[in-house]
Design a protein around this ligand. Structure first.
Ligand code: ATP
Ligand code: MG
Length: 417
């Protein structure tokens, strides 16, 4: 019984995870579900998972709901046998009434223990199944293991060196043979087509993954020898998809430094050009942003996450498409603010709008995971290579956008007059 119960409870736990997966998938994506009118399909998917849940639960419940009554039945039958035998023996003068009474009292106590032990079986098997799943998680080996004797960088300078770095996701080679040295305080722009490996390179620098080949050195130390948490304290990161937590604006900005004062929070928000829009919210810095920051626009979320990265005053600042969802005017404002802030910090900025990166000390042009060109804007333009073509293609797009915009604006202004 024990074995069957444990297997059953394990199945129940696994099926619950499946039901939760369906919910965790569809509830945050509810707008997509509704926009594509797929409510019925998602409801059916949930129904199917829930039916399996019901079925597996039914089976295990049947096992243990049979088990306890069976034990009770057997003990009751046992008592009946004792009564019959006892009365038979008394009638043949083999034992006295006192002996039977004592015997019944003892055996009653014995059966109570037996009964409660049978109840414990199902509880312990449930716990055993749960424990197994907990250990599955605890025993999971991290893909970026902490070194047994980590180096603590107390004051990082922000020198980053990549030597023959390659990286694969599984068998798919994403970044190949990168050699690069970034001096402290330099601003680097990463440029390249979508999917060329820019975010992957940044993930490697943050050590979310370890390089497959080659070494990455931070201030001369192999990144794998550094204490992970200690190293990441020096990094300010703005992700391509900004993520906010449920809570207030100020809590989100102060995420990396929970004890930050209101002045620090406000000055970080000012630097990220978020202060003005925050003040327009009903409760200012204490407004709730909703789950995952749903109550804010994409550009507002981005500016909050820039403020969050700036607040911790990092040595290394990483901006992955940090200004992609703001309009060009706001982008210029943020750019101006960042120009002051990136001074003295090693900055790695990724942007599709190449004009954003004009001021970078070096532009690294990536193509399919390999560096194809390095140089500043003027040098790369003079080379008339990959970067030059990217730039021309963008400039042409901007031109055509402008042309199509003009008649509409002209029309509107005439209309208002
Ligand atoms: P974009 O400009 O669109 O942000 P990117 O240059 O940042 O592009 P990456 O995100 O670095 O591109 O992705 C590079 C390649 O790695 C892509 O082809 C992508 O499919 C692949 N890739 C990214 N993340 C993973 C992952 N977790 N597992 C497998 N492949 C991945
Ligand atoms: Mg990217």
């Amino acid at each position: 019984m024990r074995h069957r119960l444990r297997i059953g409870f394990e199945k129940v736990d696994r099926i619950w995870a499946e039901v939760n997966n369906v919910l965790a998938d569809t509830i945050p994506g509810i707008r997509v579900v509704k926009a594509f009118a797929q409510e019925k399909r998602e409801a059916a998917r949930f129904h199917a998972a829930n039916q399996r849940n019901l079925h597996v639960n039914d089976r295990v419940n049947r096992v243990w709901s049979l088990f306890t009554p069976t034990v009770t039945l057997l003990t009751e039958v046992g008592l009946l046998v004792v009564w019959i035998c006892g009365i038979w023996q008394i009638s043949h003068d083999e034992i006295t009434v006192g002996v039977l009474t004592a015997f019944l009292a003892y055996i009653g106590r014995f059966y109570i223990r037996l009964d409660s032990m049978s109840r414990i079986v199902s509880i312990t098997q449930k716990a055993a199944a749960g424990t197994k799943r907990i250990f599955d998680i605890l025993d999971h080996v991290s893909s970026v293991p902490e070194s047994p004797d980590p180096v603590h960088l107390s004051a990082a300078q922000g020198r980053i060196e990549l030597r023959n770095v390659s990286f694969r996701y599984g068998t798919r080679s994403i970044v190949r043979d990168i050699n690069l040295t970034i001096q402290p305080g330099e601003m680097i722009g990463l440029v390249g087509h979508s999917g060329s490996g820019k975010s992957t390179l940044v993930n490697l620098i943050c050590r979310f993954y370890d390089v497959t080949e080659g070494v990455m050195l931070i201030d001369g130390h192999d990144i794998r020898t550094l204490s992970i948490a200690g190293y990441r304290k020096h990094i300010g990161l703005v992700l391509q998809e900004p993520f906010l937590f449920f809570g207030t604006i100020s809590e989100n900005i102060a995420y990396g430094k929970p004890g930050a004062t209101r002045e620090e929070i406000v000055s970080a928000a000012r630097a990220a050009h978020a202060h003005e829009f925050i003040l327009r919210l009903p409760h200012g810095y204490d407004s709730l942003v909703g789950e995952r920051g749903q109550a804010l626009s994409g550009g507002e979320r981005q500016r909050i996450s820039i403020a969050r990265a700036l607040l911790i005053d990092p040595r290394i600042l990483i901006l992955d498409e940090a200004t992609s969802s703001v309009d060009t005017t706001t982008e210029k404002d943020i750019q101006k603010a960042l120009d002051n802030l990136v001074r003295g910090r090693t900055t790695i900025a990724i942007a599709h709008r190449l004009s954003t990166l004009r001021e970078a000390d070096h532009l690294i042009v990536l193509d399919r995971g390999m560096i194809v060109e390095i140089g500043n804007h003027a040098e790369l333009m003079a080379q008339q290579g990959y970067y030059y073509r990217l730039w021309l293609a963008q400039a042409r797009n901007v031109d055509t956008e402008d042309k199509t915009m003009v008649p509409i604006e002209a029309h509107n202004s005439r209309g208002s007059v």
